[in-house]
Design a protein around this ligand. Structure first.
Ligand code: NAP
Length: 292
């Protein structure tokens, strides 16, 4: 067990399988106590045992939380705030890619709700604990092909619905909000960075059919197979951002699957876009503007 990280506590959302589980194992191997989340207690129990076995670290706890429900995200935050004296690492890893246009429990488009609003809400709720425990790190996990943001179509209401496009768009929004949060928290010793894990066809999400129009499927299939990696390798960029000593104090970074620093999508650098996303997000989670 590393002396550097002894006593540290991490929360990894969506860690009952795939990249999140490997991320939890990577942190647990360093002696970090890890709280993992998912929707299903049975899957959670199995994941806890697997993470304990793989890491040799018994300090793993499962908390049930559905990221498609703001009430559930609040309950998770309440639980963590009440039970743990500190929180050193928050990894917003849980994500979804849906074939059809679906709404969350709160009536919000499912990608926007789970991939952007849930981490936005959870991070805001946990900020007091993160600030109290500083220096601390928030890592948000992106995916798809993040790029342009259409402020008039944040919930994929317009045009033909294409799962991969809605997914990528929600990740772009999450990235712009992450960049904004990093700026707002600058100087507080709470860092905010984004990790791109890379394509993993063996996870539940990665083994889904490609959610693009029929004519695009052959080319996407080729690219997907060529870039395919393992969940263990895909977890490295999150683990690195969350725990590498050289990342201490580094904020506002976007790392690729090889843990190398790359440029953010242009939309993340656009202050007007970030301001609008912030305003819409605060309204949708009914959170009073926070003095950060
Ligand atoms: N796989 C890829 O090719 C790929 C590529 C780039 C980025 N990513 C990103 O990497 C992250 C992990 O992906 P993965 O491939 O490891 O996915 P995965 O194997 O499908 O795992 C997703 C995790 O999120 C949890 N989850 C799903 N929906 C949830 C909800 N509504 N509320 C709470 N938890 C929920 C799942 O737990 P339960 O089902 O137990 O609730 C599971 O632990 C995602 O953010 C994804 O966008 C993946």
């Amino acid at each position: 067990m590393s002396a550097v990280v002894q006593g540290k506590i991490a929360l990894v959302t969506g860690a009952t399988s795939g990249i999140g589980q490997e991320t939890a194992i990577g942190l647990a191997k360093q002696g970090i106590q890890v709280i993992i989340t998912g929707r299903n207690r049975e899957r959670g129990g199995v994941a806890v045992t697997e993470i304990q076995h793989a890491s040799g670290n018994p300090n793993i706890e499962f908390v049930s939380a559905d990221m498609a429900s703001q009430a559930s995200v609040h309950s998770l935050a309440d639980h963590v705030m009440a039970k743990y004296p500190r929180l050193d690492i928050l990894i917003n890893n849980a994500g979804v890619m849906a074939a059809d246009h679906q709404l969350s429990e709160d009536g919000i488009e499912i990608h926007f709700a789970i991939n952007h609003l849930a981490p936005f809400l959870l991070t805001h709720r946990l900020l007091p604990l993160l600030r109290h425990s500083a220096p601390t790190r928030v890592v948000n996990v992106t995916g798809g092909m993040p790029g342009k943001i259409d402020l008039n179509n944040l919930q994929a209401e317009q045009g033909p619905y294409i799962g991969f496009i809605a997914y990528s768009h929600s990740k772009s929004v999450m990235m712009a909000a992450s960049y904004e949060l990093a700026q707002r928290l600058n100087g507080t010793d709470v860092t905010v960075n984004v990790a791109y894990p890379g394509g993993v066809m063996s996870t539940k999400m990665g083994s889904q059919p490609i959610l693009v129009p029929l004519w695009m499927r052959p080319i996407f299939g080729v690219v997907r197979r060529a870039l395919n990696t393992t969940a263990e390798k895909a977890a490295r960029s999150s683990i690195y951002l969350a725990s590498a000593p050289e990342m201490e104090g580094k904020t506002g970074l976007y790392l690729n699957t090889h843990s190398r620093r790359v440029g953010w999508p242009k939309s993340s650098y656009d202050q007007a876009i970030r301001a609008k996303i912030w305003e819409v997000s605060e309204r949708l989670i009914q959170l009073k503007p926070q003095p950060i």
